[in-house]
Structures are given as structure tokens and as C-alpha cells.
Ligand binder design. Structure first.
Ligand code: F0G
Length: 478
């Protein structure tokens, strides 16, 4: 399979290619993000998306049956970078639901049948991240990785930890101390990942884990953040499932919360490829919703930073970051999952906005909390970041960017139980998180206790906490 797939730098001025078997966190030549690309002409030609329908009836323990059972791999002809079905690492991800949310729709003045909610919280680890993790773990196994790591606002770490324990790799997660919800922290601990609570935010954690992956190869880290292009291959499947649930009819709009901007980037790639393959007639429009307290994409897009001539104004982005650094700006929002100031997939998100004729909107914490409560009241519930998509819909209806006649799919990225503190506080006014901070502690003593390790934000301290030689950090950026 792999001779028909390769990795390629997304910068057309560079265009460097790498074999699927290679591991890079960025282009070696120019530092840009990589894409997974396919030589579709050499692959069996798909005549129609209906081809995938027969897989619903396949079950069983054979490799083919397990792949068919997965909501990601039943579309495997659209992400054909793996070697053989036997090599696919799957935990039964992607069996999610597209709910027709008519009661909720009536509160927006939207006609029945026009508002749909894609519940990615119904994945095994409770968020959309499992879609990407199955693909990245399949690649990690292909290259023989033993230790996988990520920085996370919580869901990536939960998903990584679950996949790592089930595929017998060591999982290491970097989380900002006090920055992630208790539901997500409990998952990383429970699934046995080495959990490093770094004194910093997500942006600091991502900087460190990338540094270690690149500058300390002795640590043998395979990086699982969404700079890993294989993650995005799996996340394309969210779009395939939406089309499938609508009998292959494209909706008018897809609305998604934007954090590190991997998900929206994957959506753009999915539709560009489906169009290239002649499998769809129409591409839906994309709306990416930032929290107002973490609105880098919104700000830049509004300033006119867009995808033009296959590239973007990188200087304007650098200038923006320089101003933020000068102001010592840190993202802050109740939607901790998208509390990100430096979204690494920004160029790919701009590309997706161009492919899908997209818009960017921002919503306040209050709007997020109010719309999260509405989804819970008239749906299956979701975590705060996910509700940004529904709050964004309200804004875009008010601004008449979206009309109430159009069909809209909001992606609900994470399960309601990921962040119960926010829910309890909304309904009772009691801040459970603050109560936990002052609660008396006892020594944990169970056989499977896996304590989080507090670590200062320095390479030396982190490498030591991972059981490595702190000297590895000397002569390297601190
Ligand atoms: N919604 C939820 C629930 C998330 O956990 C995330 C990202 C997003 C939306 C944004 O998706 O990054 O692809 O734009 N969470 C990451 C994490 C950053 O570490 O779990 P994105």
C-alpha cells in the first residue's frame, strides 16, 4: 500500500516529499507542516461513496471485520497509507451519531430537519480525538514506535492514553498544571499514561514536547499532536460519516470549534480529496468558531490573513505573535479544550477555509455556557468547547451569514461528562474545582495508582521526569 502514499510539505514553494515510513514533526527542509498525500491514479478507483455502505453488515474478529466496525477504517480507501488491515490499530472508534435536533432548532427559528448535531463525544475515550488517534497509532506501529507523547488540553491526552495502554506502548502526556478538566485528567491517570503536569499552559506544553521529539531523539518520542499529519487523516472520517448519515447529501454548513485547528484542517482536506476523486458534487461551507479568549484565527482572518495563491502571509502571523508576546498574552476561556493562543495548524486551517468557502466567528464564555446548557437540555449534552459550534451558529444566524433555511451540522467534539465542574457550577453556582483545591488529601494506595508528576517548565526537569538523562538538555534550547 505504502508506495502509493507519501508525506509532502504543504508549502508549494518547497514541496519536499518523505516516505510514509519516515517520522517528521515538520518539513526538514523548510519547517512547514506536512500532509499525507496519495497517488490516487495508482489506487483502485472508487465509483461512488455508496461503495462503503456494505460494510455496516460486516462483523467479526478478523482484521477486515475489525476495520469495517471502525467508523474511521470502514472508509479506509480514503486514507490508504496503512500497509495491511492486520496492522490497523483500532479500538472501535468513530461509531458516532448524527442527531436531527429539531427541538433545539426551534429555539433558533430553524425549520425541522435542518439542524444536525454530530456527537463525537460518543467515541470510546469520549471525544473526536479517537478518530485521529487510530490513524496516528497505526502509523506509530508501522514505524515501530514504543513511546508516544502529546501536549494536551485534555482530550488528546485521554485518547492517547487509552490507545497507548491498549496497544502496549508507553504514553506520556504533557498537560498544563490546573488547566485541564478533572474528567480528562482522570482518564490519563486511569489509562496509565505518565502524566506530566507542566507549570505552564497548553502552548508551553506543546513547545516542550516538540522540542523533546526533535532535539532529544534519545528519548524515543513519537509525537501524537495534530502536527502529526496522520492524525488528520483519521479526522477526515467525521465528514464521511456525516455524508453517510445524510444518504451522501452534502449539508450547506459544517460548524466546528477551533482550538489547535487540526479538526477543521482535516475537514478541508477531506472535501478537497472527495472533489478531486469526483465523489461529491458540492462542498459545504465551513464555520470555525473560536472562544473570544483564544481567538488567534478569528483576529488574523479578520485582519485579512487568508489563503491566497496557495500560501498565506506568514509575516503577518509572526507579527501578531510578537505583539502577543510583548503583552505577555495567554489564552483564557471557560472552554479549556480550546484555550490555545498559538494554534499550530493555522496554515492548514486557512487552506481549509479557502477550500470550503469558510468563515471564522468568535463567541464569549457566556455564550458558550448558555449554548452548552441548551444542547444538554435538548440533546445528549456536550462539553463547553463543543458548544462553541452551536453558539457560533446563533451568531452567524444573527449576522445573516447563515439562513434558517440552510442545512447545518454542528460538530459536538466532546462528551458532556468530560467537564462536569462547569455544568455543576452553571446550575448551582458551586465551583467544584475550587472546592477540590482546598479539600484534605490522603495518600493513594491502590495497586494501580498512577500519580501525576508536577514538573517545572524546563527541558531538564521534563527529561528527568521522563526517566531520561538531564544532560540531554544541556546545549539545547532551554
Ligand atoms: N473541542 C474539543 C472538545 C477539543 O478537545 C478540542 C481540542 C477542540 C474542540 C479543538 O480542536 O484543536 O482540532 O481545533 N483539543 C486538543 C486537546 C487541543 O489537546 O485535547 P482542534
Amino acid at each position: 500500500m505504502t508506495d502509493t502514499a507519501f508525506q509532502q510539505c504543504m508549502n508549494p514553494a518547497c514541496g519536499a516529499t518523505y516516505a510514509i515510513e519516515q517520522v517528521h514533526v515538520a518539513c526538514e527542509r523548510c519547517g512547514s507542516l506536512l500532509d499525507v498525500r496519495y497517488d490516487w491514479n495508482k489506487l483502485p478507483r472508487l465509483k461512488s461513496l455508496r461503495f462503503f455502505e456494505h460494510r455496516w453488515s460486516t462483523k467479526g474478529t478478523a482484521a477486515e471485520g475489525r476495520a469495517d466496525f471502525s467508523g474511521v477504517w470502514r472508509f479506509r480507501e480514503l486514507l490508504p497509507f496503512y500497509r495491511a488491515e492486520e496492522d490497523i490499530v483500532s479500538i472501535g472508534e468513530g461509531r458516532t451519531v448524527l442527531q436531527q435536533a429539531d427541538i433545539l432548532a426551534s429555539h433558533f427559528g430553524i425549520k425541522p430537519g435542518k439542524l444536525l448535531l454530530q456527537y463525537e463525544g460518543l467515541n470510546p475515550s469520549g471525544s473526536f480525538k479517537d478518530n485521529g488517534m487510530t490513524a496516528a497509532f497505526t502509523h506509530a506501529r508501522l514505524v515501530g514506535a514504543r513511546r508516544v507523547a502529546c501536549a494536551s488540553t485534555g482530550n488528546t491526552s485521554a485518547s492517547l492514553a487509552m490507545f497507548a495502554s491498549l496497544s502496549e506502548m508507553q504514553g506520556v502526556v504533557f498537560i498544563g498544571s490546573g488547566k485541564i478538566s478533572v474528567g480528562k485528567l482522570s482518564q490519563a491517570l486511569d489509562y496509565g499514561a505518565l502524566t506530566l503536569q507542566i507549570q505552564g499552559d497548553f502552548d508551553a506544553c506543546l513547545r516542550r514536547v516538540r522540542q523533546i521529539a526533535v532535539d532529544a531523539p534519545e528519548m524515543g518520542i513519537y509525537l501524537m499532536n495534530s502536527v502529526n499529519p496522520f492524525r488528520l487523516e483519521g479526522q477526515k472520517s467525521i465528514m464521511y460519516r456525516i455524508l453517510e448519515a445524510r444518504d451522501w447529501e452534502t449539508p450547506d454548513w459544517i460548524i466546528v470549534p477551533g482550538g489547535n485547528l487540526g479538526n477543521c484542517s482535516a475537514f478541508g482536506k477531506a472535501f478537497a480529496e472527495l472533489q478531486e476523486l469526483g465523489l461529491i458534487k458540492k462542498i459545504p461551507r465551513l464555520a470555525i468558531i473560536n472562544a473570544a479568549g483564544a481567538n488567534t484565527l478569528y483576529t488574523l482572518f479578520k485582519q485579512g490573513v487568508t489563503w491566497k495563491d496557495n500560501w498565506y502571509d506568514a509575516t503577518a502571523v509572526q507579527k501578531h505573535y510578537a505583539v502577543l508576546a510583548e503583552q505577555d498574552y495567554h489564552a483564557h476561556t471557560v472552554a479549556s479544550a480550546i484555550e490555545i493562543g498559538h494554534p499550530v495548524n493555522l496554515p492548514k486551517a486557512l487552506r481549509a477555509l479557502s477550500i470550503m468557502n469558510g468563515v471564522v466567528e468568535e463567541v464569549t464564555d457566556e455564550e458558550i455556557l448558555e449554548h452548552r446548557a441548551m444542547v444538554a437540555r435538548w440533546g445528549f449534552g456536550c462539553e463547553p468547547a463543543s458548544a462553541a459550534s452551536v453558539a457560533g451558529l446563533r451568531r452567524l444566524l444573527d449576522k445573516q451569514v447563515i439562513s434558517p433555511d440552510e442545512s447545518v451540522v454542528c460538530i459536538l467534539t466532546g462528551h458532556e461528562l468530560k467537564d462536569p465542574n462547569v455544568t455543576v457550577k452553571y446550575h448551582t453556582g458551586i465551583d467544584m474545582k475550587a472546592a477540590q483545591d482546598t479539600a484534605p488529601r490522603s495518600e493513594p494506595h491502590g495497586k494501580y495508582v498512577n500519580r501525576p508528576i508536577p514538573v517545572e517548565d524546563s527541558l531538564e526537569a521534563i527529561i528527568t521526569a521522563m526517566g531520561g538523562d538531564p544532560k540531554l538538555a544541556t546545549n539545547r534550547r532551554k
